[in-house]
Design a binder for this molecule. Structure first.
Ligand code: XLS
Ligand code: NI
Ligand code: NI
Length: 437
C-alpha cells in the first residue's frame, strides 16, 4: 500500500509545463558537458527533514501533515517512514538518501536496545533497497539530541560521553556499510563550547583527533571504504563550534594527521552562518583537494540561523555547480537536500514539490555553469589578470629563483607600476548571461 498515494511519478516535461509534479529543467538522461544530469547532480533526500521534521519553531508546534500522523507505536511509525522514503525518492527520481541513526529508529533505554531497534529498521531498508533504485549516499550518528550530549560528544568534558559516542559511531558506520553507504558524515553539532571560562579547549580538540583516528582504524578493520566527511558549521546549536568552516577544518585535519582520511561536506546555509559565500567554502575545499559532498539548501541572509530552505537561488546553484564541475564532479558525494519546506508549506504535496523545485534549480545551475566553462570568457579574464606570473619576473618568482635581495635590485629603479582592470561588473554580467540566456 502506497504511503504517499497522492504523489504521482514525476518526469521531465520541459519549460512549457505548468504541472507542479513535473521537472521543467531536470532531465535525468540529458547530457551536459559529456555527462548525464543525473550523474552530475546525484540528488539525495535527507531522512531527518523529509520524513521527521514536524515543522515547528520556537514559538509554535509542528504543522506538517504526514501519512503516519494517525499512528502511535514508534516502531510502526519508523517502518512507515522508511517505506515512505523509498516510495518518495523513487517517484521523484532522487537516487540517494541520507540519515542519522536516531532518525530512522527510536532510541531505547540502553545502547543495546537502541541498536536492536536500529537493526530492525536497517533490515527493512535493506529489503526496500532490493526493490527500489534508492541508494545510500551517507549515514551519520546523531550525537546532539539526547541530553547526555549537552556538552558535546567526542569533545565532551565527560569521558563517559566520549565512550558512549564512540560506541554509537561504531554501530552507525556498521549500518552505513551494510546499506552500501558511499560516505559517512561527521557533523559536530555540539562539538564546541558555550564559554571558555569552563572549557579546556586543547583537551577537547585533542580528544576529537583521538576519536577520529579510532573511526579511521575501525573503518579499515571492517573494510568500510566509504569516504569520511566533516561538515563545517560555525554555530548553532553550540555558540562556538570547532568545525567552524572549511579553513578551520583543514587546519584540524592537517594538525592531527587526518587529511588523507577525511573530506568535507559543505552546506550552503552553514557557509552563510560563517559569513562566507557558498562559493568560498566550496572553493577552499576544492583547491585543497577535499571537496567531498554538498548539503544543498539555502539560508536567509536576514536571519542568523540555519533555516534550511530548499535551494531556489540560481546564482547560488550556478556557482555551486561551477565549483563542482571544476572539481571534476562530486565523485562519491552528491547534492543532499538538507532542507525543509517552510512551516506554512505543510502538506505532503508541498514536501514533494519543494524537492522538485530544488532539483530544477540545480539543473538550471548545472546548465549555466557548463555554459560558463564552455564559453571560457570568465576564465580568460582571470587568466589575463594573472598573466604577469606566466613569464618574466613572475615566472622567475614562482620557479623559486628570486629572493628579497634580487627583487630589490629588480624593483628599485622601476617607474610606476600599472595594473589591469578587475572588471568585476563584466564578470557579473557574464554570470547573468549564462543563467538567463
Ligand atoms: C545541521 C546539519 C546536519 C548534518 C547532519 O545543521 O546540517 O543536519 O547535515 O548531521
Ligand atoms: Ni547538513
Ligand atoms: Ni544545517
Amino acid at each position: 500500500m502506497a504511503v504517499f498515494a497522492e504523489i504521482p511519478e514525476v518526469g521531465y516535461e520541459g519549460l512549457d509545463s505548468k504541472n507542479p509534479f513535473a521537472f521543467k529543467h531536470y532531465n535525468p538522461d540529458e547530457m551536459v558537458g559529456g555527462k548525464s544530469m543525473k550523474d552530475h547532480l546525484r540528488f539525495s533526500m535527507a531522512f531527518w527533514h523529509s520524513m521527521n521534521n514536524v515543522m515547528n519553531d520556537p514559538f509554535g508546534v509542528g504543522t506538517a501533515q504526514r501519512p503516519w500522523d494517525h499512528l502511535t507505536d514508534p516502531m510502526q511509525i519508523a517502518e512507515m517512514k522508511m517505506r515512505g522514503l523509498f516510495e518518495l525518492t523513487t517517484k521523484l527520481q532522487i537516487p540517494f538518501f541520507c540519515f542519522h541513526d536516531r532518525d530512522i529508529a527510536p532510541e531505547g533505554s540502553t545502547l543495546r536496545e537502541s541498536n536492536k531497534n536500529l537493526d530492525q529498521i536497517v533490515d527493512l531498508a535493506a529489503s526496500l533497497q532490493a526493490e527500489h533504485p534508492t541508494k545510500l549516499l551517507w549515514g551519520t550518528a546523531n550525537l546532539f539530541t539526547n541530553p547526555r550530549f549537552m556538552f558535546g560528544a567526542a569533545t565532551s568534558p565527560n569521558a563517559e560521553v566520549f565512550a558512549y559516542a564512540a560506541a554509537q559511531v561504531k554501530k552507525a558506520i556498521e549500518v552505513t556499510q551494510k546499506l552500501g553507504g558511499e560516505n559517512y558524515v561527521f557533523w559536530g553539532g555540539r562539538e564546541g563550547y558555550e564559554t571558555l571560562l569552563n572549557t579546556d579547549m586543547k583537551r577537547e580538540i585533542d580528544n576529537l583527533g583521538r576519536f577520529m583516528h579510532m573511526a579511521v582504524d575501525y573503518a579499515k578493520k571492517i573494510g568500510f571504504t566509504g569516504q569520511f566527511l566533516f561538515e563545517p558549521k560555525p554555530k548553532e546549536p553550540t555558540k562556538h563550534q570547532y568545525d567552524f568552516d572549511a579553513g578551520t577544518i583543514l587546519g584540524f585535519l592537517r594538525g592531527y594527521d587526518l587529511i588523507d582520511h577525511v573530506k568535507l561536506n559543505i552546506e550552503t546555509n552553514h557557509a552563510t552562518l560563517a559569513t562566507h559565500t557558498m562559493q568560498h567554502e566550496l572553493h577552499t575545499a576544492r583547491i585543497n583537494g577535499v571537496l567531498g559532498s554538498v548539503d544543498a539548501n539555502q539560508g536567509d541572509l536576514l536571519l542568523g540561523w540555519d533555516t534550511d530552505q530548499f535551494p531556489t537561488d540560481l546564482y547560488e546553484t550556478t556557482l555551486v555547480m561551477y565549483e563542482v564541475l571544476k572539481n571534476g564532479g562530486l565523485h562519491s558525494g552528491g547534492l543532499n537536500f538538507d532542507a525543509k519546506p517552510r512551516r506554512g508549506s505543510f502538506t505532503a504535496a508541498d514536501l514533494a514539490e519543494t524537492h522538485i523545485i530544488g532539483m530544477d534549480a540545480f539543473a538550471q545551475g548545472l546548465k549555466a555553469a557548463q555554459k560558463l566553462i564552455d564559453d571560457g570568457e570568465m576564465e580568460a579574464i582571470v587568466n589575463e589578470r594573472y598573466a604577469s606570473w606566466e613569464s618574466g619576473i613572475g615566472k622567475s618568482i614562482e620557479d623559486g629563483k628570486e629572493s628579497f635581495e634580487s627583487l630589490e635590485a629588480y624593483a628599485i629603479d622601476k617607474p610606476e607600476i600599472s595594473n589591469i582592470s578587475g572588471r568585476q561588473e563584466r564578470l557579473e554580467a557574464i554570470l547573468n548571461r549564462a543563467i538567463f540566456s
